[in-house]
Ligand binder design. Structure first.
Ligand code: TXA
Ligand code: MG
Length: 300
């Protein structure tokens, strides 16, 4: 189906992707349509073999080679100057292409059999939380795609780390499970200055990761003057207030994995408010706080 230009949703270790042939403009147009995604928001291109990097990108800096050696395959994407094999629609007119090699065995097998690079945004309707289970994909995309390849629940549950590797110095654009601390061990000079990337930072322009309920962030143990009757809570420690539905997480890994499916469960329950406990914004906590701030409508 994918080779014939249709859309196919497939699992990865980060979130599920809504895939189409990245070299076929009609297939890519079908992805934008299915997701109701604005045409100026580019798609990540997925590969399974390292040799594909040089087929799709050029002028690859030495530090990018080091990052590829360290973090491909995995929850990591690199922005590089694109070759003409990738049409403009895939990158929304940008001269750069974002490349990712997932590590989940089922993703790799799917991408190997596809036999071409696969463009895939997260498989949610634009503006909804990313899907971490095939059931979430069905909820948003039933009737809108060719097929859903059922796989396991995503282990990371947060979208990949994105690094712009098209300039002299790498720039972290989106924090993920490959943490800034891990990146610094390979490239100590990596930049994160938000002013440097204000124009291109994923999620700066469009509302992202948002459930229908109003999301508020709370400190551990914070006492609230008033809590709506139909509220949800997610965090590492017990809330200091009563809620209808709560998810207590053991650690940051679990918090990241369950966050988006928790948002969706709150919507299914018709809750009007969600309280999410803040975490230390280091390591994986940086990615969690990034998604929480966006869901809460804070500019991070
Ligand atoms: O983990 C992930 O990255 C998942 C799985 C399916 O691989 N994909 C994902 O795709 O999260 P998406 O489209 O939901 O988020 C990709 C982000 C978008 O914010 C987009 O703007 C940015 O990457 N992006 C993609 N290509 C780009 C490019 N050429 N230039 C700048 N930003 C780009
Ligand atoms: Mg997305």
């Amino acid at each position: 189906m994918l080779r014939a230009g249709q859309t196919v949703i497939f699992p990865t270790e980060t979130v599920y992707g809504l895939g189409g042939d990245a070299t076929n403009p009609d297939a890519v147009a079908a992805i934008y349509a299915a997701k109701q995604r604005p045409a100026d928001n580019p798609l990540i291109v997925h590969i399974w073999h390292p040799a594909q990097v040089d087929e799709l990108a050029h002028d690859i800096p030495g530090y990018a080679r080091q990052l590829i050696a360290e973090f491909f395959p995995g929850p990591f994407s690199l922005l590089l100057p694109k070759r003409p094999l990738i049409p403009d629609i895939t990158t929304a007119g940008s001269s750069k292409v974002c490349l990712r090699m997932p590590s989940l065995e089922l993703s790799r097998e799917f991408l190997r059999l596809a036999d071409r690079p696969v463009a895939a945004p997260s498989a949610n309707l634009s503006g909804r939380p990313s899907p971490t289970r095939w059931q979430d994909c069905l909820e948003d995309m039933d009737g809108r795609v060719g097929a859903i390849l059922k796989g396991p629940e995503a282990v990371f549950g947060l979208e990949s780390t994105i690094v712009d590797a098209s300039g002299p110095v790498p720039v972290l654009l989106r924090p993920g499970a490959v943490t800034l601390e891990m990146l610094r061990r390979v490239v100590p000079g990596i930049a994160t200055d938000p002013n440097l990337v204000a124009e291109t930072t994923p999620g700066m322009k469009y509302r992202h990761y948002a459930p229908k309920a109003k999301v508020s962030l709370v400190e551990p143990g914070e006492v609230l003057p008033w809590v709506p009757a139909q509220a949800g809570y997610i965090g590492l420690t017990a809330p200091a207030f009563a809620v209808e539905y709560q998810l207590r997480m053991e650690n940051l890994e679990e918090y990241g994995q369950k966050l988006f499916s928790f948002f969706r469960e709150c919507d299914r329950r018709g809750l009007s408010a969600i309280f999410a406990e803040r975490v230390e914004p280091t390591g994986l906590g940086r990615a969690i706080m990034n998604r929480l701030r966006k869901a809460a409508g804070e500019t991070s």
